[in-house]
Design a protein around this ligand. Structure first.
Ligand code: PEP
Length: 249
């Protein structure tokens, strides 16, 4: 399916202090002057969400968190819940990023619980899936990603706004990207798994590609069938780079 309105989301990861809001403001000012046909979002660290929401109020840039707890509140020292993100000004949240699956041992069941919590809080989850290099080299990329999609989407996604991000682990932060044919193959498999899991509710949610998207490869990647946007790490930290990707969409 060709999606005309794409979602271009930036993941700042554990980067950014108050001074970094200048980049977010520069992005907003540029988009004020040249409105994009696409949705543009920034996902800063949790500490910056409220400040960024205030700084960008009234503009086109949406704001998201990078993770949320599966519970709404409780004795979970150091964690941030979906209602807290919403309260701080976020409208979206990334869940199941490979840096959380690998570094914090998050399973598909954990990701499904977080996705459910995000939806219950009125957030739009961006559910990340993607194979490791070993899995790709073993010819298992499609199988792995299908299982992640089936295991990471709760029933409630069937009637909610959400996105899936296909992010091959080996492409994140490495400068490596799959071929356009490989991206298309996996995106088609992700769509099939979304429909298998959710029926009609899985037919239209955007499937983002993530992994070393830069201004110079964004146009080709975003033109691949079933690519409904991009999840961008490193190149979202500077407004000029991120704008280059938005303009290419
Ligand atoms: C990411 O962090 O989700 C990501 C895709 O990073 P990068 O664009 O830097 O590869």
């Amino acid at each position: 399916m060709k999606q005309s309105v794409k979602l271009i989301a930036g993941n700042w990861k554990m980067n950014g202090l108050s001074a970094s809001l200048a980049e977010a403001k520069a992005l907003r000012e540029a988009l004020d002057g040249e409105p994009s046909a696409h949705r543009v979002a920034l996902c800063p660290p949790a500490t910056l969400i409220a400040q960024m929401a205030w700084a960008l109020r009234g503009g086109a840039v949406e704001i998201g968190g990078q993770d949320c707890h599966a519970k709404a509140s409780g004795a979970f020292t150091g964690s941030v819940s979906a209602p807290m993100l919403k309260d701080a000004g976020a409208g979206l949240v990334i869940v199941g990023h490979s840096e959380r699956r690998q570094g914090f041992g998050e399973t598909d069941a954990d990701v499904a619980a977080k996705t459910e919590a995000a939806i219950a809080a009125g957030l739009e989850p961006i559910v990340c899936v993607g194979e490791t290099l070993d899995q790709r080299e073993a010819g298992k990329a499609v199988e792995v990603v299908r299982a992640q999609v089936l295991g990471s989407l709760p029933d409630s996604a069937g009637t909610a706004a959400f996105a899936v991000a296909y992010e091959p682990v080996w492409a994140i932060g490495t400068g490596l990207t799959p071929t356009l044919e490989q991206i298309e193959e996996v995106h088609r498999a992700v769509r099939a798994a979304m429909v298998e899991r959710l029926g009609q509710g899985g037919e239209t949610a955007p499937i983002l590609y993530g992994g070393s998207v830069k201004p110079d490869n964004a146009r080709d990647i975003l033109a691949v069938p079933e690519v409904g946007g991009a999840l961008v790490g490193g190149a979202s930290l500077k407004a000029a780079d991120f704008l280059g990707i938005v303009r290419a969409a």
